[in-house]
Design a binder for this molecule. Structure first.
Ligand code: FE2
Length: 437
C-alpha cells in the first residue's frame, strides 16, 4: 500500500479519508459528519504568538478519553530521562562506540530504545536525550505516546513504518521523521531488523533555522518536508497504549485501536524529510564556516542563537577551498556534541567511526581530526574533491550530555578512542616553516 504526503513545513494542512468527513468553515459542528468526535490537540499554549502557535483538530471515531483507561506502571529500564546523573563510574572523557548490538530477544521499537545521554531537565521542559533504537518486531496491538517531548528519528539500518493517529510515515535510512509530543503511534518494521538514532526533545519544537544573508533558498527547503495524509483503522480488538510521562512509563488496556482519526486539519503534525534534499553551502575560496551551516532543524531555547538542540548533518559535498585545512578544525565547544554516522565515512576520522557508531564530545572537551587525518589533510594537494557516499549527523545541545550507565558500560565502547590523537607531533621548532619532517 502506498501512503501519500502533503508538502511543506509547518503548513496549515487539511486531509480527509472519507468525503465530507472534514468540517469546512468551522472546527466543532454540533454533529460532525459520520458521527465523528471533534478533538483539539494543542502543541503550544493557546496564547502563543501566531508564528509559534500550533494545534490540530482531529475528527475521530472515539475521543481520546476512550483510548485511555486506568493506568498501571510499565517498565522500560533502558529508556532514561534527564536529569539522570551519576549512575555510572566512568571518568570524564571523549568517547566513541561501535554500533549498539541488535537484540537477540523479540524487541519492538519502544522496548529497543537505549538511552546513551540525557541533558537538561524534563520537568523544566529543556534539554534532550540521545537514544539508539534497535528492533526486530513490529508493534501490533501496542501503541505509544510521549508526553515528555517530540522524537526526531534517524534510521541507520532498515526501513520502518510509523503508523500514527494522523497518518502513516514510511521511513528508510537517509530520511528522518519528527513525531510531535503527545502523538499516538505504533512502529511496524518493513525490514527484519532495524537500528537508528533518536533525539528526544524536551524543549520548544524543532523548527527550520533562519537563513540570514543566505536568503530564501538552500539548506533544508520547506517543500521537502512531508506530512502524511489522514489514515485510520477500525479495529475492535484488545489494544494497549503506553505513555511516557516525566520519565516514567504507564500502560492502559483498551478494547479497540486508538488510530481512528478519519480527518484532521491544523499545523501540529508529524513529518518526514529526505536528507538527500538538503542543499549544502560552504566555502568557495578559503577556510570553512562553522558546522552550523549544515543545520537542518533547530530547537530554540528562548535565548537567541543558543539552541536547546541543533540537528546538523555532514552530507556529500564538494571541497574546493584553497590553502585551507579542509577537515573540521581542532576545537573546544560550549555546546555538547553527540554524533552518529548513517553511512560512509566521516572526513575527520576515516577509521574507527563506523556506520551505526556514536561519538560524544562534551562541553569544553577538546577534539578534532585524528593523527592520520591531520597528516593527510596537511599535505594533500588541494584540488576540488567530492566528499561522497557519506552522511554523518550531530545532536548538539547547549547542555552537558550526561552519559547513562548503559552507554558507559556498553561493550562496544572503544577504550582506545583517545589514542587517535596520540601520534599528533610537535611541529614547532622556532622557525616559520615548522618541522614537517
Ligand atoms: Fe565538534
Amino acid at each position: 500500500m502506498a501512503f501519500s504526503y502533503m508538502p511543506g513545513f509547518g503548513n496549515d494542512f487539511e486531509t480527509e479519508t472519507l468525503p465530507g468527513s472534514l468540517p469546512q468553515g468551522r472546527n466543532s459542528p454540533q454533529r460532525p459528519a459520520y458521527g465523528l468526535y471533534a478533538e483539539q490537540l494543542s502543541g503550544s499554549p493557546f496564547t502563543a504568538p501566531r508564528g509559534t502557535n500550533e494545534r490540530s483538530w482531529l475528527y475521530r471515531i472515539r475521543p481520546s478519553v476512550k483510548h485511555t483507561g486506568r493506568f498501571k506502571a510499565a517498565s522500560y529500564p533502558l529508556w532514561k530521562t534527564a536529569p539522570n546523573v551519576g549512575d555510572h563510574e566512568l571518568a570524564l572523557g571523549q568517547y566513541r562506540w561501535n554500533p549498539v548490538p541488535m537484540p537477540k530477544e523479540p524487541t519492538d521499537f519502544i522496548q529497543g530504545m537505549r538511552t546513551i545521554t540525557t541533558a537538561g531537565d524534563v520537568l523544566g521542559q529543556n534539554g534532550m536525550a540521545a537514544h539508539v533504537y534497535v528492533a526486530n518486531r513490529s508493534m501490533v496491538d501496542d501503541h505509544f505516546f510521549n508526553a515528555d517531548g517530540e522524537l526526531l528519528v534517524v534510521p541507520q539500518v532498515g526501513a520502518l513504518r510509523f503508523v500514527t493517529e494522523m497518518g502513516v510515515i514510511e521511513l528508510r535510512p537517509g530520511e528522518i521523521a519528527v513525531l510531535p509530543r503527545g502523538l499516538v503511534f505504533k512502529v511496524e518494521l518493513v525490514d527484519a531488523e532495524v537500528r537508528g538514532y533518536v533525539c528526544e526533545n524536551y524543549g520548544a519544537k524543532l523548527t527550520m533555522p533562519d537563513r540570514g544573508p543566505i536568503g530564501a533558498n538552500c539548506l533544508a527547503n520547506p517543500r521537502d518536508f512531508k506530512t502524511p495524509c489522514a489514515w485510520f483503522e477500525e479495529k475492535e480488538t484488545p489494544c494497549r497504549l503506553t505513555v511516557k510521562w516525566c520519565g516514567n512509563f504507564h500502560v492502559t488496556e483498551i478494547g479497540h485501536s486508538p488510530l481512528d482519526v478519519v480527518a484532521w486539519h491544523g499545523n501540529y503534525a508529524p513529518y518526514k524529510y529526505d536528507l538527500a534534499t538538503f542543499s549544502p553551502l560552504g566555502a568557495i575560496l578559503f577556510d570553512h564556516p562553522d558546522p552550523s551551516i549544515f543545520t537542518v532543524l533547530t530547537a530554540p531555547s528562548g535565548e537567541e542563537g543558543t539552541a536547546n538542540i541543533d540537528f546538523v548533518i555532514f552530507p556529500p559535498r564538494w571541497l574546493v577551498a584553497e590553502d585551507t585545512f579542509r577537515p573540521p578544525w581542532y576545537h573546544r565547544n560550549i555546546m555538547s556534541e553527540f554524533m552518529g554516522l548513517i553511512h560512509g565515512q566521516y572526513d575527520a576520522k576515516e577509521e574507527g567511526f563506523v556506520p551505526g557508531g556514536i561519538s560524544l564530545h562534551n562541553l569544553m572537551l577538546a577534539h578534532g581530526p585524528d593523527a592520520p587525518g591531520f597528516e593527510k589533510a596537511s599535505r594533500v594537494e588541494l584540488k576540488p574533491v567530492k566528499l561522497d557516499n557519506t552522511m554523518a549527523f550531530m545532536f548538539e545541545t547547549r547542555f552537558p550530555q550526561m552519559l547513562t550507565r548503559y552507554g558507559a558500560e556498553l561493550e562496544t565502547r572503544q577504550d582506545n578512542y583517545i589514542d587517535c590523537w596520540s601520534d599528533l607531533k610537535k611541529r614547532f621548532n622556532g622557525t616559520p616553516e615548522g618541522d614537517w619532517s
